[in-house]
Design a protein around this ligand. Structure first.
Ligand code: ZN
Length: 209
């Protein structure tokens, strides 16, 4: 990735955090049960510093989801790990996946669509959960949703859910998908849990166009 590209992406925000309601912290499940067990998927040694609320059990569960790259036609090797990049609002905690405007955004997992939202930061966004509601997937800067997409929809992995764009604070000349994975939080702000770097968790290339 060039320095120029990094500079334009630096304006890209990590989330719609600014408009989220303030809620009291909620207790997370304990990771004590994972002590002494051999992980099956990527570990903190692979993915770097981990939020204390994320356990090795969570990482194994995420690995078992067999995530698909969420942009049509993009192979795993073409994605850059910009999770820890500095952004205007702080550490990025997401991946920016560059693709031409209107490239299909596909479900990275079997999804339950949980929240459709539009704001000045993320632009047109989708929040969705896996079927067990353990993780939250956040797709931002969409050009638009797939026609008819609605909260409560169940979407199969690989199905089109929207299209790459530059809504929100994405640079107008750099269409990309801002993709974030979080552990689902308990309580009202279920979409505001601790982030996990998905870079090492893509087990499947995106479908070909
Ligand atoms: Zn981003």
């Amino acid at each position: 990735m060039t320095a120029a590209l990094l500079s334009v992406l630096a304006a890209c925000s990590s989330s719609s955090r600014a408009v989220r309601p303030a809620v009291a912290p909620v207790p997370e499940s304990s990771g004590a049960s994972s002590a002494g067990r051999r992980p099956i998927g990527p570990t903190p040694a692979h993915i770097g510093p981990l939020d204390a609320r994320v356990t090795v059990d969570d990482l194994d569960a995420l690995w078992e989801r067999q995530l698909m790259v969420p942009v049509e036609g993009i192979p795993r090797w073409a994605i850059r790990d910009n999770y820890t990049a500095k952004r205007a609002a702080g550490i990025h905690r997401a991946l920016d996946i560059l693709a031409p405007r209107y490239t299909a955004v596909v479900a990275s997992d079997d999804l339950v669509i949980g929240r459709l939202f539009s704001g000045p930061v993320g632009g047109i966004v989708i929040y969705a959960s896996d079927p067990e509601q353990r993780f939250v997937y956040y797709y931002a800067h969409l050009e638009r949703y797939r026609t008819g997409l609605a909260v409560g929809d169940r979407v199969a992995k690989g199905s089109v859910i929207g299209y790459v764009g530059t809504t929100g604070n994405a640079p107008p000349d750099t269409p990309h998908l801002h993709f974030q994975v979080m552990k689902r939080a308990v309580g009202r702000a279920w979409w505001d849990g601790p982030a996990i770097n998905p870079f090492s968790f893509f087990a499947l290339d995106a479908l070909r166009p």
